[in-house]
Unconditional design. Structure first.
Length: 583
């Protein structure tokens, strides 16, 4: 029959190249109806299972049969739905084409609008976006309905600002731009011809821009950074200043659900975000606070070498390299060099990079990290603990004394409270008892016993439950570094301390240092370390030794605690850890 459409569910093919004939059938009734709607009949066949003379199953071909009414009804309904979808798609395509044509016309018209700075206006003063001193930047008043409408309070200061477009939104014929320059944010308002120029219409986030205008108070009920906004009379975007748009726009490359590894590859872009940049601002403030607190305590800054030929924390974590034919390492700690400065400079500190080749991917480990280290002369172990507590608290006080930085910390860590003094002091043996009492097992799945190196998870569980800073002290000799002074009242343990913070765990490790030459040489022997390369260190015990101690604080861990970050990787500019050395 000429107007019959054939559907073979076994050998048919749902492609437009098929004819729908008995020799070229379709595979499904729905597809057949889409291609040949309203045919006289739709004939269908498929294989069935039958039996051969020997009783085995075999595929048997049915005869062509008209499609069932129910199946045909479904195919008709599907066809009607597709017709509606196709019509809607054509409508949307036509609408999009019309909008594209209209936008192209607008863009062509926008290219004709030339904006030049009015040189008859008062000279604009270039400022940073955080400058709010009323003696320098006077605020005028006006409305957004008119380009110039000032009250008797007078006109605002005319200023020139430069930065990058952090946010932008169009409201009728007004373009609102939030500008960012690393010092602050400023809302800028473009109206009239300025908002209709080609650069304004095609503005992309992160484009660099120069804007000149008068500084106004925001209208009642409106909100903007520092309650002010710049009403532009001129702006300029140089050709090289334009940021990519479309598929390459920053909002396309970085989205809220982007995988963390991808974000690390795009760290140079994620640093522009609110959270990442806030952490970097807090980091800058914390480093400054350490410098200030140390200066106030008359502790002097030195800069020890990063290329060394000795170890501090064990050979397993040394980064080894060839140094002009000699074996050398990246420093694990500057402690030994700081100790050599005590006789000539008194108490000293440094803020330098340290490197640990730990094959660890935990959230609190980095291969390169910033180490805040200090060494103090003529002290006792109690002096060391008092100094540490006082330094941490004063660094926090200096950091939080800036309203801007305090605002960043509050936004990142709404629950942050200044730690109470005194810090809890807990001996290692007391920690072992606590872990046993709370059924926290060691890494072998057994109750903790004296001599265990308390693992990170157990340490963090204890710290989080106690929920206050802890000075964990007096660790066994066997699990601590060779140079740590033994407790004279219990020679099994050292005068050592870890400062533990809730949510992070250890952020500081310190101890009193061995000040007896013979005892130090015995420690070298016990740890099977050749003392010869350390002659410059052991000499400190031969030429006027003294009771002294010191510590190292991991800046990224300190920041992870302060800013409530899940991982220390987000607390440094470009993190380096096992498997990552880019970008």
């Amino acid at each position: 029959m000429a107007d019959s459409v054939y559907v073979d569910e076994d050998v048919g093919v749902d492609e437009t190249t098929q004819q729908g004939t008995e020799a070229s059938p379709y595979k499904s009734l729905q597809f057949a109806y889409l291609q040949r709607p309203g045919a006289a009949q739709y004939l269908i066949r498929k294989s069935t299972t039958g039996a051969t003379p020997d009783g085995a199953d075999a595929s048997v071909r049915e005869e062509w049969k008209p499609a069932a009414k129910s199946a045909l009804k479904k195919a008709v309904n599907f066809y009607e739905q597709q017709k509606k979808k196709d019509a809607r798609a054509r409508e949307l395509a036509a609408k999009q084409e019309k909008e594209d044509e209209e936008r192209q016309k607008v863009l062509e018209e926008a290219k004709k609008i030339a904006v030049e700075e009015d040189m008859s206006l008062p000279k604009a003063e270039k400022i940073k976006l955080n400058e709010t001193d009323p003696r320098k930047v006077k605020l005028g008043r006006g409305t957004r309905d008119k380009e110039v409408d000032y009250s008797s309070s007078g006109r605002g200061t005319r200023v020139r600002v430069l930065g990058r477009v952090h946010r932008a939104r169009k409201q009728k014929d007004v373009l609102f731009i939030t500008l960012r320059d690393g010092y602050g944010y400023l809302q800028c308002v473009l109206t009239g011809p300025l908002a209709k120029t080609y650069d304004a219409i095609t503005l992309t986030l992160e484009s660099s821009i120069e804007i000149t205008g008068e500084m106004w108070e925001v209208p009642p009920g409106a909100h903007a950074p520092n309650d002010r906004e710049l009403h532009a009379d001129f702006f300029r975007i140089q050709k090289t200043w334009k940021a990519a748009g479309g598929e390459d726009a920053i909002t396309t490359r970085i989205q809220p659900d982007t995988d963390h590894s991808v974000l690390m590859n795009l760290r140079h872009l994620t640093l522009r975000g609110d959270v990442a940049s806030s952490i970097m601002f807090v980091r800058d403030a914390v480093e400054f606070a350490f410098h200030k607190v140390y200066m106030d305590k008359s502790i002097r800054k030195v800069s020890p070498p990063a290329l060394v030929q000795t170890q501090v924390e064990g050979g397993a974590t040394l980064f080894k390299f060839d140094y002009y034919g000699e074996t050398a390492f990246l420093t694990q700690s500057s402690q030994l060099y700081l100790e050599t400065c005590l006789p000539s400079m008194g108490d000293v500190y440094c803020i330098e990079k340290s490197f640990r080749a730990e094959k660890s991917l935990t959230r609190r480990h980095l291969s390169e990290y910033t180490h805040v280290e200090a060494e103090l002369d003529f002290i006792t172990f109690d002096d060391l603990l008092d100094h540490l507590e006082d330094t941490i608290v004063k660094v926090l006080e200096v950091t939080m004394s800036s309203p801007t930085i305090a605002g960043y910390v509050q936004a990142l860590n709404p629950e942050f409270k200044m730690p109470e003094r005194p810090f809890k002091r807990m001996r290692y043996t007391e920690a072992i008892d606590w872990l046993r009492d709370h059924d926290v097992l060691n890494e072998e799945g057994l109750p903790h016993t004296f001599g265990d190196d308390i693992a990170e998870a157990a340490e963090r569980k204890m710290t989080d439950e106690i929920n206050r800073p802890i000075f964990l002290t007096h660790f066994p000799v066997e699990i601590k570094a060779f140079y740590m002074q033994k407790d004279k009242d219990d020679l099994r343990v050292t005068e050592s301390v870890d400062c533990l913070m809730p949510g992070v765990g250890e952020i500081v490790g310190g101890s009193m240092r061995m000040d007896d030459y013979d005892e130090l040489m015995a420690a070298f022997k016990r740890h099977e370390i050749d003392p010869a390369p350390y002659y410059w260190y052991t000499d400190q015990r031969k030429y006027g030794s003294s009771p002294h101690g010191g510590y190292g604080l991991g800046l990224e861990r300190f920041l992870a605690w302060l800013c409530k970050q899940h991982t220390v990787r987000d607390c440094c500019l470009y993190p380096r850890y096992m498997g990552r050395c880019t970008p």
